[in-house]
Design a protein around this ligand. Structure first.
Ligand SMILES: [Zn+2]
Length: 197
């Protein structure tokens, strides 16, 4: 099948997105071509705008346009609780559960079988947060799979010299599941039922 160069390029770019296969990419590209021009342009501009203005917060790693982020600026939050999450999407899910402490977002995916080793992850900002003395409990909100397990033990080892309670979400989270896609009630129960490791 021969496509015009621009259409081919659009399909190619869409296909690079997660969960988008060749057929979906083609369907989306054709849909975009039928979309009124201002709407298509708004999508393109929203991508560029978000890509240029959204950055990880220098204090917690959550995504923000103003630094520090809205969570770090919120003086009503419990600064003695520090929740370690893998991605900003996990923070969004945990926020929906009603958690009111602080965060530390790793922002780098760790896979036991991947090409990144634990030493490639930089936890110096986390350690300096804890060494400040204000943190009473470190809640490891890592995915309930083997990678999360390895990461949890690694972080527990790194933070062992500090007088801080280390807990991990457990109750109700499906093994092999994903925090990002866990509903807020299950997640709230998991936070409430966190266990010391
Ligand atoms: Zn922040």
């Amino acid at each position: 099948m021969r496509l015009t160069r621009s259409l081919e390029n659009l399909i190619e770019q869409l296909q690079k997105l997660p969960t988008i296969g060749p057929k979906t990419a083609q369907r989306l590209a054709l849909h975009l071509l039928k979309t009124p021009e201002p709407q298509a342009r708004a999508l393109a501009e929203a991508i560029i705008q978000a890509r240029t203005t959204v950055r990880p917060c220098s204090q917690c790693g959550y995504l923000t346009e103003s630094d520090p982020c809205v969570i770090c600026r919120d003086l009503t939050r419990d600064t003695t609780l520090l929740c370690v999450a893998e991605e900003a999407s996990d923070v969004m899910a945990i926020e929906r559960s009603g958690y009111r402490g602080q965060y530390y977002v790793i922002n780098k995916e760790f896979k036991l079988m991947g090409d990144r080793s634990l030493e490639d992850l930089d936890f110096s900002a986390l350690l300096s947060k804890i060494s400040g003395g204000g943190v009473r409990e470190l809640i490891l909100a890592l995915n309930p799979d083997i990678d999360g397990e390895v990461l949890a033990r690694y972080i527990a080892g790194l933070t062992a010299p500090f007088p801080v309670r280390i807990t991990r979400l457990a109750h109700g989270l499906p093994v092999g599941g994903d925090i990002e896609y866990t509903d807020e009630i299950t997640l709230r129960k998991a936070i409430e039922g966190r266990k010391e490791i």
